[in-house]
Design a protein around this ligand. Structure first.
Ligand SMILES: [Ca+2]
Ligand SMILES: [Ca+2]
Ligand SMILES: [Ca+2]
Length: 185
């Protein structure tokens, strides 16, 4: 179980977050009319699937998902590296100038932040495991394009607040919501 959770944690980012989905949404708009149709969405998902399916056998395994995720994290870390370095330097300077009490508080904050990070990762790992189980509808331990597409179509339907089979700019930004809460229709 622990081993599973660990690998799941590594995989946690493989499923896009809402922000990433919105970003992908932008890319999905192939003709650039600021509206993502279901066809554009499907095409983008198929492209994404092909990228993850490294051996091209039409199935995405957890290992392929993980490899994709790691490649992405590496790129992200590269981009972030310099900024982190500057931040660490600033932090060390402050630590050097800090009084013992301040230093203790810094340490406390740092620990808390690390704890939060772990919690978040656990949470993501759980969510990923759930998501994977939900997406892998035939339970063969791999995702077919159909399973992948069905999953993202659900997401599409959720964003498509007025249900016209297209996602416009407002819907993409989440400005429009499904009925509910006193109804905005
Ligand atoms: Ca479009
Ligand atoms: Ca494959
Ligand atoms: Ca499957």
């Amino acid at each position: 179980m622990t081993k599973f959770l660990l690998s799941a944690a590594a995989l946690a980012l493989a499923f896009p977050t809402v922000a990433e989905a919105q970003h992908h949404g932008m890319k999905a708009d192939a003709d650039g009319d600021k509206i993502v149709t279901l066809a554009e969405h499907d095409a983008a998902v198929a492209q994404r699937f092909a990228r993850i399916d490294a051996d091209g056998d039409g199935l995405v395994t957890e290992a392929e998902m993980k490899a994709m995720h790691e490649a992405r994290m590496e790129k992200r870390a590269e981009r972030r590296g310099e900024r982190m370095e500057q931040r660490r330097e600033r932090m060390e300077k402050r630590m050097a100038e800090a009084t013992p009490e301040q230093r203790a508080r810094f340490e406390e904050m740092r620990e808390k932040r690390a704890e939060m990070r772990e919690l978040r990762q656990d949470h993501r790992a759980e969510r990923h495991a759930e998501m994977w189980a939900k997406t892998d509808t035939n339970g063969d331990g791999a995702l077919s394009l159909a399973e992948f597409q069905a999953h993202s179509r659900e997401r599409f339907a959720k964003m498509d607040a007025n249900g016209n089979g297209q996602i416009d700019a407002d819907e993409r930004r989440g400005k429009r919501h499904h009925g509910g809460h006193g109804g905005n229709r």
